[in-house]
Design a binder for this molecule. Structure first.
Ligand code: DP6
Length: 363
């Protein structure tokens, strides 16, 4: 659906300069995307929400000249030039010219700033690729004068081509990526936001405290993990499990059923790590302290009846999920009992966020 730009369009580009800027958040999945087909088409549908404090800000200066070719003239992260990333971003941008023909004649400067603690071991790629995709859509809107109605859908599609989970970072609220019979309008190519009638208001006060168990770079990347799903002995069972969890989760989110939400979050996190352990070759990204923390979280829930649940990404860190009204019980628990199992007692107090922000030309 995104290929309708005609080649003739290239010839209509006029010289133009400007600057756009977006701030975009990381997201945390409750039903996990695990396994993909090229390019970043998911093996199963997933559902996530964006965070409030873990964001990447990107400023993109563009100079379009029909006589020039694409150049990424500058790329920095938090003020430092980063050649490895510059290479990855250059390849990504070069791959997008069919969707953004103006790019073929554009010189770009990109400055990226991240609020992620440098050593936290939290993937910032979803935030970064969604911010990049939003900036590109803004440039397109500026040179065509006017945002298209499909602005965010296109941004989601483009973000997906950089990193699958990034397509879920362009919206606020609860977001689903991957075609499923349980959500009309869902797609493998881009994510969709659940409308307000489909999310119980109680979920908007959702907290996510991220316990940093180990901040070192992981031994096996997500992309390698996705690839191992193709021959995985539990592949078809996993697809059914994700579909079924998504169906139940959509219902729980609508009804305000936090217990089912939490149970699914934990089931998905432990299933994700089990899939890693049982792939060929198998591997572990859990840390002994991840398991100790899980036990403490479950003991606390049993003893207090407070709906404190956890999820995990493809790494050892633990995301604590709970409604804001329990902060005065959960924060002391973190400080007094959980932080001692974290690296340097580090944890990040985060929450469901309001989605990306267009910072315009000023940032
Ligand atoms: C475990 O989106 O990082 O976080 O598409 O290869 O860039 P690529 O992978 P990525 O995978 C994320 C996997 C996950 C689950 C999720 O976010 O749904």
């Amino acid at each position: 659906m995104m290929k309708q730009r005609s080649d003739n369009e290239k010839s209509v580009f006029k010289a133009a300069q400007g600057s756009v800027s977006w701030k975009s958040p990381a997201n945390i999945a409750i039903v996990k995307y695990w396994g993909k087909y090229p390019v970043q088409l998911p093996m199963n549908p997933s559902l996530s929400f964006v965070l409030k404090n873990s964001v990447v800000k990107i400023r993109m200066d563009y100079d379009i000249n029909p006589a020039d070719h694409f150049t990424l003239a500058h790329f920095s992260i938090n003020g430092n030039q980063n050649d490895a990333f510059k290479k990855r971003i250059t390849a990504y941008l070069e791959g997008l010219t069919e969707h953004f023909p103006f790019l073929q004649h554009t010189r770009l400067r990109i400055e990226s700033t991240s609020t992620f603690p440098h050593s936290a071991g939290i993937a910032s790629s979803a935030a970064a690729f969604s911010a990049l995709a939003l900036c590109l859509c803004s440039i397109e809107a500026e040179i065509r004068s006017g945002k298209s109605v499909e602005f965010f859908r296109k941004a989601s599609f483009m973000a997906r081509l950089g990193s699958g989970s990034a397509c879920r970072s362009v919206y606020d609220g609860m977001v689903v990526w991957g075609k499923t019979p349980y959500l009309p309008g869902s797609s493998d190519e881009y994510a969709v936001r659940l409308d307000d009638q489909s999310v119980h208001p109680d979920f908007f006060s959702l907290r996510d405290a991220i316990l940093i168990v180990d901040s070192r770079q992981k031994k096996v990347s997500s992309s390698e993990g996705h690839a191992l799903m193709h021959q995985h002995p539990y592949r078809s069972a996993r697809k059914n499990q994700a579909e079924n969890n998504l169906k139940r989760l959509l219902n729980a989110v609508k009804e305000g059923d936090f217990h089912t939400f939490g149970e699914i979050a934990e089931n998905e996190a432990l299933s994700l790590h089990s899939l890693m352990m049982s792939s060929d070759p198998g591997y572990t990204l859990m840390h002994p302290n991840s398991l100790r923390l899980i036990e403490k979280i479950r003991d606390f829930r049993r003893e207090t009846n407070i709906p404190l649940y956890f999820t995990m990404d493809a790494g050892p860190n633990i995301h604590l999920l709970y409604p804001k009204e329990y902060s005065d019980r959960v924060v002391p628990l973190i400080r007094d009992e959980l932080a001692e199992r974290c690296e340097d007692r580090e944890w990040i107090d985060d929450a469901m966020g309001r989605g990306p922000v267009n910072l315009g030309k000023e940032a």
